[in-house]
Design a protein. Structure first.
Length: 427
């Protein structure tokens, strides 16, 4: 664990990150909870164990799981056409091809094979999104208006043919609203955040917690520059467009509880969020013919993603090949400048083969040169959770968000470009 801590701290000391919160949990026990540097370099405010981060694409697994809760209740079928629930979407044509060969399905949205483009991509359809000012998380229009705005724009590719890390999960969030009859923020709060005691996770930061919101930074000349001041951030105000692709904020403690729930087969501390069979179905590779993302992806990779499949809202390591590839990519290179890099990778062995389930989540909030998006170079949150076998009893040694938030903090320097590390004891 000391090597992990030292590695992260080196990047803070070198001025690549203002600060970091690092979490490693194994078998329901927090092995490392380390805090270093600053959460606001301009004001010299030390990083805290309960610092609130913009979690961007780590929103996607949460929203996808929310929709699959409704699937488990029989509210829809995966092969249902999306237009059945979102009639304003119609049947968009395909760029340069005309009519699509088939309709977009709910499964396509969960798998990122809908044909919908990325709003920040370089494809002509992405530029059409930008020219049309397609609503996003900073928009003043509700999520419900998105299908009508998309109806006049083409798909990038035929549904089911390519994997594109685009706006599919915004429509997943809208399906949660349509099928549940609740706004997305209320639905996620009632079905996931409150049961898991994720007390600091939501689409905005309440006034009483604004002092814990980290500043958002972009990379610049080997260091970082302020992109989103926490005192004036849009996250400090209620959101109108509740983005399923990147809209949530959270803390290390909160997301650890979400990860422990996944690693525990869908339950945590005796509270079941989703059934184990449904979760295992979500974390099975659904790409056609067992393919990996290297052969399917059109956008959304700072790497080629060999050995990585994709399920319903989660990336899936394809056995040892996927794990070896992931380790090769990260060995000695965790300081790479990756735009909004998010890797929700799941490996859940069959119970007869292994007595435990494992979950690996990594999150780096960064912006690459020219990305043009707000970002926070304020945290690298990593967790490796190994839960008890199905039916096992959760241990009390993994701290709750409350105990994490009360861990002590220490002084941090005011210098904005080179933040010396500070350590906070783990709970």
């Amino acid at each position: 664990m000391q090597r992990v801590s030292d590695l992260v701290r080196r990047y803070v000391e070198a001025g690549r990150y203002p600060g970091a919160v690092t979490v490693v949990a194994r078998r329901d026990r927090v092995e490392l909870f380390d805090v270093c540097g600053v959460m606001d370099a301009e004001r010299g405010i030390a990083m805290r164990p309960d610092t609130i981060f913009r979690i961007y694409s780590m929103t996607k697994p949460i929203v996808s799981l929310g929709l699959m809760q409704l699937y488990a209740e029989g509210r829809f079928q995966l092969n249902d056409p999306v237009v059945k629930f979102l009639p304003d979407l119609g049947r968009p044509k395909v760029y340069e091809l005309g009519e699509s060969t088939r309709e977009m399905t709910v499964r396509d949205l969960l798998m990122h094979t809908s044909g919908l483009a990325a709003p920040n991509g370089e494809h002509p359809v992405s530029r059409m999104y930008q020219d049309a000012e397609l609503p996003g998380m900073d928009s003043d229009v509700p999520l419900s208006e998105l299908p009508a705005r998309l109806a006049g724009l083409p798909l990038q590719v035929d549904p089911g043919t390519r994997w594109i890390y685009g706006i599919s999960t915004d429509l997943v969030g809208l399906l949660c609203e349509v099928l549940s009859g609740l706004p997305l923020d209320r639905y996620l709060s009632e079905r996931i955040f409150e049961p898991l005691v994720m007390v600091d996770t939501g689409f905005s930061v309440p006034e009483a917690s604004i002092d814990r919101l980290a500043a958002g930074y972009s990379f610049a000349d080997g260091g970082f520059t302020l992109a989103d001041d926490p005192r004036t951030s849009a996250y400090t105000r209620p959101r109108t467009f509740l983005s399923g692709i990147a809209g949530l904020v959270s803390t290390a403690g909160d997301y650890l509880r979400f990860g422990r729930m996944l690693a525990g087969g869908g339950s945590l501390d005796g509270v079941r969020i989703i059934g184990p069979r449904t979760l295992r179905f979500m974390t099975t590779n659904h790409l056609p013919d067992g393919r990996d993302l290297a052969s399917m992806a059109d956008f959304g990779g700072e790497t080629r993603r060999e050995g990585q499949g994709f399920g319903l809202g989660f990336g899936v390591l394809l056995g040892r090949r996927g794990l070896d590839r992931l380790l090769r990519l990260t060995r000695g290179r965790p300081g790479r400048h990756l735009p909004h890099s998010t890797t929700p990778l799941v490996q859940l062995p069959d119970p007869p083969r292994a007595p435990s389930r494992r979950l690996c989540l990594t999150r780096r909030l960064t912006t690459g040169a020219g990305c043009g998006h707000r970002s926070a170079v304020t945290a690298r949150l990593s967790s490796w959770c190994t839960a008890a076998p199905a039916g096992g009893t959760p241990s009390a040694t993994c701290p709750s968000p409350v105990s994490l938030s009360t861990a002590g903090t220490s002084e941090a320097p005011a210098a904005p470009t080179r933040a010396a590390p500070t350590r906070s004891p783990a709970s």
